[in-house]
Unconditional design. Structure first.
Lengths: 213, 293
């Protein structure tokens, strides 16, 4: 590992740790807020825990996606302008995301184990794989936004809104798009990992010609 | 002596050629001035020379080794760009201390003590967000990064834009001090030519994506003249010379001459004066029919 690669890895690792801190702060803030709103309710503790795990894991996916989307035109561009190589940026991004996901997963697993809620662990791990996949999606969207402007972002938001509206309507009818509670979880995880590998290859190719903006 | 060399660089965006077969050589231990009009291709050229952006065609080397993705070459170069106060997603909320922290992380020879000294000198509040800085403060931050990087080849793009006269003088003094102490190479792209001209050992003039001149500044100006007098006399005296920006005032005429070599004497009946770098640049660029932008 070259000296520059080490410096880039350290920089991105710290960025990942900062994201874990954001995740932790959201967990604390959410915990306090949901406790406050659930006061006086029967099963308040259960309710707060469910909210923390549901929102926290979803937030892990969302935060990784958003930060990945911002990166090409912001942090990665800055780093590139300061003498880093494109491959340092690529591996650094990967390291940042993995650091963030492992850190966040550890927090939630410790929470689940210490509160005797092992049933949440499988959901946390599934969401961590989805978060990894969404990081790659975010980077591709970020690179396209950098190249074509915010119109890409607007299109992406519209596509997502349509997709989630469809899912919402189906769920309101009592149908589920994917049965995440059955054995299909393994299929979802495997598909997400495969897609992640493919998308990372795309990111690598886009990143090879990255420009400073 | 190291040489940063760009050969036959072409940069195209779609059908538009921003750089047209540009070749340039930067020798270490000199201060270069890169001048050109807005949109001439200065920033694009500097981005390509420092491997921040890829060239469509051409070769960029430092001591014969490619600069692109080359750690050794990149470690000798710092291109401190203008900092944007907005990102694709809104205001640039990065704090100055984080910006400097990133520079510290990536520049191999970063001088932290010097950076702190410069922060104090330019009176920069490092807790401020980039989006909240004034134009002058933004320029000061790019200067701090450039100087504290201690890179052998340091490039500054519009470093004095927005700086007040005191800060500008401080900047020129810092460049001279740093140059005399370390012998670092500086490439300074600027529109404030009159002030910076005395710094430039060599000057590169770029216009419309092409290098018009790259030469020792003193030698360049030694063969430039402002010739004035009666129109007929001026025409006769400057016959055979390359003339820029002829201006007629009644029966009188003024032209800027760029000879191939210093001229001993023009005709008796014309007035001959030396030309400043800014006036020469103006004369060379004003005549191609393009309005000010």
């Amino acid at each position: 590992m070259s000296e520059l690669s080490k410096r880039a890895a350290k920089y991105y690792f710290i960025q990942g740790i900062k994201l874990v801190m954001v995740s932790l702060l959201v967990l604390i803030f959410g915990g306090v807020m949901w406790t406050f709103f659930s006061m006086g309710e029967a099963n308040a503790f259960e309710h707060v825990l469910n909210m923390i795990f549901s929102f926290g894991t979803l937030f892990m996916i969302m935060l990784n996606f958003l930060y990945s989307m911002y990166s090409p035109a912001w942090y990665d561009s800055l780093v590139l302008s300061m003498g880093a190589r494109r491959k340092d940026v690529f591996f650094g991004e990967l390291l940042k995301q993995i650091t963030f996901i492992i850190g966040t997963v550890l927090i939630y697993i410790i929470l689940a184990v210490s509160l005797h809620r092992p049933e949440h662990i499988i959901t946390i791990l599934t969401c961590s794989i989805i978060s990894l996949l969404m990081g790659a999606v975010g980077l591709i969207v970020g690179h396209k936004i950098k190249k074509y402007g915010r119109v890409v972002y607007i299109i992406f938001v519209f596509v997502n809104a349509a997709l989630f509206a469809t899912i919402g309507i189906r769920q309101a009818d009592g149908k589920t798009l994917i049965d995440a509670h059955a054995d299909s979880r393994y299929v979802i995880v495997s598909a997400a990992l495969l897609l992640f590998a493919i998308l990372e290859f795309v990111v690598y190719r886009i990143n090879k010609k990255a420009m400073v903006v | 002596m190291s040489i940063l060399s760009g050969k036959n660089i072409v940069k195209s965006y779609g059908k538009e050629n921003v750089l047209k077969n540009v070749s340039v050589e930067i020798e270490t231990g000199k201060i270069y001035g890169l001048i050109g009009r807005n949109g001439a291709g200065k920033t694009t050229l500097l981005s390509i020379l420092t491997a921040q952006n890829p060239a469509t065609q051409g070769e960029i080397t430092l001591d014969g080794k490619p600069v692109w993705e080359n750690e050794e070459s990149l470690s000798h170069i710092c291109y401190s760009r203008e900092i944007s106060q907005v990102t694709m997603f809104g205001p640039n909320t990065l704090k100055v201390k984080d910006y400097l922290g990133t520079a510290k992380a990536f520049y191999r020879n970063w001088d932290e003590a010097y950076a702190k000294e410069l922060v104090k000198l330019f009176n920069i509040d490092t807790k401020k967000k980039i989006s909240k800085l004034s134009k002058g403060m933004l320029s000061a931050v790019t200067i701090i990064v450039a100087l504290a990087s201690k890179a052998d080849i340091t490039i500054l793009d519009e470093p004095v834009a927005g700086l007040d006269v005191v800060a500008r003088e401080q900047f020129y003094k810092l460049i001279i001090e740093e140059y005399s102490e370390t012998g670092r190479t500086f490439i300074i792209s600027t529109h404030i030519i009159e002030e910076a001209a005395s710094l430039f050992e060599r000057v590169i003039i770029i216009d419309n994506g092409e290098i018009m001149f790259q030469e020792n500044t003193e030698d360049f100006l030694a063969r430039a003249y402002r010739v004035s007098g009666e129109a007929d006399a001026v025409d006769k005296a400057t016959e055979g010379f390359k003339i820029y920006h002829p201006e007629s005032l009644g029966r009188n005429k003024v032209v800027t001459v760029l000879a191939d070599a210093p001229v001993e004497k023009f005709a008796e009946n014309v007035q001959v004066e030396p030309v400043s770098l800014q006036n020469l640049f103006y004369a060379m660029c004003v005549n191609d029919g393009r309005e000010a932008v």
